[in-house]
Ligand binder design. Structure first.
Ligand SMILES: Nc1nc2c(ncn2[C@@H]2O[C@H](COP(=O)(O)OP(=O)(O)O)[C@@H](O)[C@H]2O)c(=O)[nH]1
Ligand SMILES: [Mg+2]
Length: 373
């Protein structure tokens, strides 16, 4: 694949048919069915998916190593310094940005697990919260960003290599809900295993993924020819069996660097905007199938657990074998008793026939004394 030959995600076939409304209804029915069958977790996730579909906005998530330049890129796309950017790990939270009048909605989880909103946060204070938002569960920002229109939202995530479990979990759940992923890597770290493992996982999820090699200003043609570098990347992607929706090179530091493809990225985002409905259906369909798989796994697990419980009640495998033996022995006994009973009955019948057959031999006076019917 070459950077110049760019296809948009939606040039690929989309599995889902129908429109957002009918698909949303189907997801809600699936959610109820899962909850009724005792799987509240999957039921909740399906309901969340239906809720996301009804928002009618496609989300483009930016993920990758910390310091790859994700926040710098998201700021550039927004045309404003909304997010903190620095060489040390900064973004501690998943931040969602949509077009609109400037506003910030911050939610945090209290010690008792309840979700509360922090009122009156201004866009200028966003940086502090995104960096040091202990307990902050979600940050949603609105800002006038014509590029997004009312079709798209951008999501900035902490690094995929974050050592904080909560950040990793937040990143993962943001990626689950993302319709398209832009995986950003620093030019110097392109070939790291973490990148390929992550890209492979996104591919397996069926998530349309664009790979952005940022900091291309660090490239030195005297060290390695750009063509050779790109070839090396293509081979590695092939070896890992990763299919990308596209590959782009950028420099946030030097926007007019000859290798930078910012205008191409903007063209891709414009194209995605026009394909919003297809994107939403595609990812809802993928996620629904994934959740159906999880539901099935859960069901099998619960059945296995029930079997274990019943088995324990029966005294384990040996108890079960004993019970089976005893059942077989009883069946034999029952059969024997039945046969003996039948044999006895036959004997009685024969005796009776004999008695009645002998009736002709009864003396005449006895016969005459019989009461007529
Ligand atoms: N040389 C160079 N540095 C960059 C580029 N993009 C971002 N940086 C710097 O890399 C550091 C990390 O950027 P940031 O956006 O915070 O990365 P994030 O952790 O992925 O969000 C900052 O100091 C940026 O100024 C680039 O294209 N070239
Ligand atoms: Mg960041």
């Amino acid at each position: 694949m070459t950077a110049g030959k760019m296809e948009t995600v939606t040039e690929r076939p989309v599995a889902a048919e129908g429109n957002l409304g009918t698909y949303g209804d189907a997801l809600r029915r699936m959610s109820e069915a899962a909850a009724d069958a005792g799987d509240a977790t999957t039921g909740g996730k399906l309901a969340e998916l239906a809720g996301k579909l009804s928002l009618d906005i496609a989300t483009l998530a930016f993920c990758g190593h910390f310091s790859a330049g994700k926040s710098t890129l998201v700021n550039a796309l927004c045309g404003a310094q909304l997010l903190p950017s620095s060489p040390i790990p900064t973004s501690a939270n998943v931040v969602t940005i949509a077009n609109g009048e400037p506003a910030v909605k911050v939610e945090f989880v209290g010690k008792d697990g309840s979700v509360k909103e922090i009122p009156g946060v201004s866009v200028d204070r966003l940086g502090d919260l995104a960096v040091d938002g202990e307990g902050v569960s979600s940050i949603e920002v609105r800002y006038p960003i014509p590029l997004l229109g009312d079709s798209l939202a951008l999501v900035d995530t902490p690094g995929v290599d974050s050592t904080d479990g909560a950040h990793r979990a937040a990143t993962e759940s943001a990626l689950h809900l993302a319709d398209v992923v832009f995986y950003v890597t620093d030019y110097n770290h392109v070939l790291s295993d973490v990148n390929f493992r992550f890209l492979r996982m996104l591919h397996q999820w069926g998530k349309p993924t664009y790979l952005i090699v940022n900091q291309i200003d660090k490239h030195r043609e005297s060290e390695v020819r750009f063509d050779a570098f790109r070839e090396g990347m293509s081979s590695a992607l092939e070896a890992w069996r990763i299919e990308l929706a596209g590959l782009l090179f950028l420099s946030m530091r030097k926007p007019d660097h000859p290798l930078s493809q910012m205008s191409e990225l903007l063209r891709v985002i414009e194209a995605l905007k026009g394909e919003k409905e297809k994107l939403l259906l595609h990812s809802a369909d993928r996620s629904a199938r994934h959740l159906a798989g999880e539901f099935k796994e859960g069901l099998l697990q619960r059945q296995a657990e029930r079997r274990e419980t019943l088995l324990a009640q029966a005294g384990g495998e040996s108890g079960l074998a004993e019970l089976a033996e005893r059942r077989a022995a009883l069946a034999v006994e029952l059969e024997a008793a039945r046969t003996a009973g039948e044999r006895q009955l036959d004997g009685l019948k024969r005796e009776l026939d004999q008695l009645l057959g002998n009736a002709g031999l009864t003396p005449a006076e006895t016969r005459e004394r019989r009461v007529p019917y």
